[in-house]
Design a protein around this ligand. Structure first.
Ligand code: PLP
Length: 382
């Protein structure tokens, strides 16, 4: 009996356990404390931002980011249809409506289709998403948004550690949201942060995240607040993870390269995402998830067939995010589409990518894929 191999399991070592225990022994078992402050400073420096607010989730960062940018009831916010539901949900939390924009072949928001969405209707803000750790074309998106005089809130929940043109993923936009959920590139078990260079925006988010308490002794409130701060204990875990982030990125990159080599000999299958960037090159993924696109007519099998074969060996693989315009809950929302996300959803499969995978785990995954693919090749030949 072997253990199940997950898509992206959390990668926690004794360093993290020691850090959490030390935080608890310090007495700072609260949503304030020295680890929260230090984690914010370290994250801001890592991302090339001047301000960071540590929060209870990436979703909370998106929610408060929208509020701080003044987005409210009746507003429309353009976002990527190819994303996790949290992005679109946050838009509805402030009473606004999402307008879904299709991706291009990179799986991130198409700037051309964003232009079209902006031509069709008044839009108050844009939330691009760095899908699977691949940084969106932020320069093009920022230029379009600036032309229309609207702010960009970047959903960098999946892209911490990635860069584009030498700039950290979380350094794009008026503000960027990152996530430390258990399956993300680094974790605080649950948590997130908002990064920005705007001191007022950071102060506003910090204020809203701490129940909108006025700075007086008797709990005076002039706004509706939220309880969205990250706990000091979890910030200690985050600090230890951030130190190990370069090593975890390196491991995910090795896993990506392994898939690139494995599938090089398989016609009809392409590894999705940037395969070969060095960790110190100006543009690189964070290699959070490695995915393949399968053309069944050429490959002789479907992405779903490969998924079932892996599941049979207790290995988790999953389709890419189901586009928001296909979700029943967003059935009535406006959308500007060209079919790209539908195609990616129909033909894509994310493979085990976690930095915690051992060499033996990687070999096991490769062996199952190789056996499945060669079985199909034999079927096709006979
Ligand atoms: C994970 C994720 C989020 C939400 O982050 P949480 O910390 O889980 O709330 C938002 N957007 C995207 C694209 C994500 O992948």
């Amino acid at each position: 009996m072997t253990d199940r191999i997950h898509l992206s399991a959390s990668d926690v070592t004794d360093a993290e356990i020691d850090a959490v225990v030390a935080a608890m022994r310090s007495g700072w078992v609260a949503p304030v404390g020295p680890d929260v402050n230090a984690f914010e400073d370290d994250l801001a420096a890592y991302c090339g931002r001047t301000r960071c607010v540590a929060l209870s989730s990436g979703t909370a960062a998106l929610h408060l980011g929208l509020l701080a940018l003044g987005v409210g009831p009746g507003d429309r916010v353009a976002t990527a249809t190819m994303t996790f539901a949290a992005t679109a949900n946050a838009i509805t939390y402030v009473g606004a409506e999402p307008v879904f924009v299709d991706c291009d072949d990179s799986a991130t928001m198409s700037p051309q289709l964003l232009e079209r969405a902006l031509a069709d209707q008044p839009i108050r803000a844009v939330i691009p998403v760095d899908l699977f750790g691949k940084v969106a074309d932020h320069d093009a998106i920022a230029a379009i948004a600036a032309h229309h005089g609207i702010p960009v809130l970047s959903d960098a929940a999946e892209s911490l550690g990635a860069t584009r043109a030498g700039r950290s993923a979380a350094a794009y936009g008026a503000a960027a949201a990152v996530s430390f959920n258990g399956n993300k590139i680094m974790t605080t078990s649950g948590g997130g942060a908002l990064l920005t260079d705007d001191p007022e925006l950071a102060d506003r988010v910090r204020y809203l995240a701490t129940q909108a308490r006025q700075p007086v002794i008797h709990y005076e409130h002039t706004d509706i607040g939220y309880n969205y701060r990250l706990s000091n204990v979890l910030a200690a875990l985050g600090r230890a993870q951030l130190e190990r982030l370069p090593a975890m990125l390196g491991r995910r990159r090795e896993i990506r390269r392994g898939y690139v080599d494995l599938f090089a000999a398989v016609p009809g299958v392409s590894v999705f995402g940037e395969p070969s960037g060095e960790i110190d090159s100006p543009t690189h993924d964070n290699w959070w998830l490695s995915s393949v696109l399968v053309d069944p007519a050429v490959a002789g099998f479907t992405a779903e067939g490969l998924r079932v074969a892996l599941a049979g060996a207790d290995i988790e693989a999953r389709p890419l995010w189901k586009p928001m315009h296909q979700q029943p809950v967003f059935a009535g929302s406006a959308a500007v589409l060209d079919g790209t996300s539908d195609r990616l959803f129909a033909t894509g499969l994310s493979l085990p990518s976690g930095s915690v995978m051992s060499d033996a785990d990687i070999t096991r995954v490769h062996d199952v894929i190789t056996a499945f693919v060669s079985g199909r090749a034999v079927d096709a030949a006979s």
